[in-house]
Design a protein around this ligand. Sequence first.
Ligand SMILES: NC(=O)C1=CN([C@@H]2O[C@H](COP(=O)(O)OP(=O)(O)OC[C@H]3O[C@@H](n4cnc5c(N)ncnc54)[C@H](O)[C@@H]3O)[C@@H](O)[C@H]2O)[C@H](O)CC1
Ligand SMILES: [K+]
Length: 215
Amino acid sequence: MSKAITIAEAQRYDAHTINEIGIPALVLMERAALATFNNILNDDFDLSRIVVVAATGNNGGDGIAVARLLKIRGLNVEIYLLGNPDNATPQTKQQLKIADYYSIPRITDLNRIVNATLIVDAIFGVGLSRLITGKFADAINAINAADAKTVAIDVPSGINADTGDVLGVAVVADSTTTMAYNKVGLLTTSGKQHSGTIHVADIGIYAQDRLEHAR
Ligand SMILES: NC(=O)C1=CN([C@@H]2O[C@H](COP(=O)(O)OP(=O)(O)OC[C@H]3O[C@@H](n4cnc5c(N)ncnc54)[C@H](O)[C@@H]3O)[C@@H](O)[C@H]2O)[C@H](O)CC1
Ligand SMILES: [K+]
């Protein structure tokens, strides 16, 4: 049984890798995006109309980087951004700057989500901390109403990664690319129901960070 970690462990390993080992947060974000991007290409999704639904935390940053990778691959991808970009994390601000360089359209019409063929859920990851309401809930309901396949980044948005509980409303994903290790909440019945196929991505974050032995 491969290792599964809690939110606190994920945040601690993330901070240790960045602050003690010295791997920049943007490098971890790029590796997270590349892993998600490759999982998308390796699956048999209809890539004709892709919408990345992102908020302004680092889960959103992962998703905006995925959008850029898909755009460079020549695919039709749009970003539906939730929240004020001025309040975004430094890494997510950087990803928005890069996405703007590639002229990736920012959309505000929920119907574009409903009519997508593939949706990338980059709203919340391990930073989800309270009940989801308002425009965040509207976007998740639109994602779940769409016929599109949905790929979640790290955690299906709305799921508590420790308990599997739904915080108001949660994305029902077809697949989830979760970073470093599986999350204990995704092993619960609710977590499994909302995650779909789970891919664990090695992005350079390890519990025993001296030497990574066979995982
Ligand atoms: N740990 C790793 O290996 C890596 C993780 N990455 C990605 O970063 C996210 C965690 O990012 P963080 O900024 O801490 O939080 P989120 O993006 O999950 O949440 C965004 C933000 O949203 C606010 N918030 C929380 N609950 C609500 C709510 N109910 N309604 C509205 N807003 C809410 C809160 O302020 C949060 O900060 C992780 O999941 C990975 O995807 C790195 O990119 C790569 C390494
Ligand atoms: K997510």
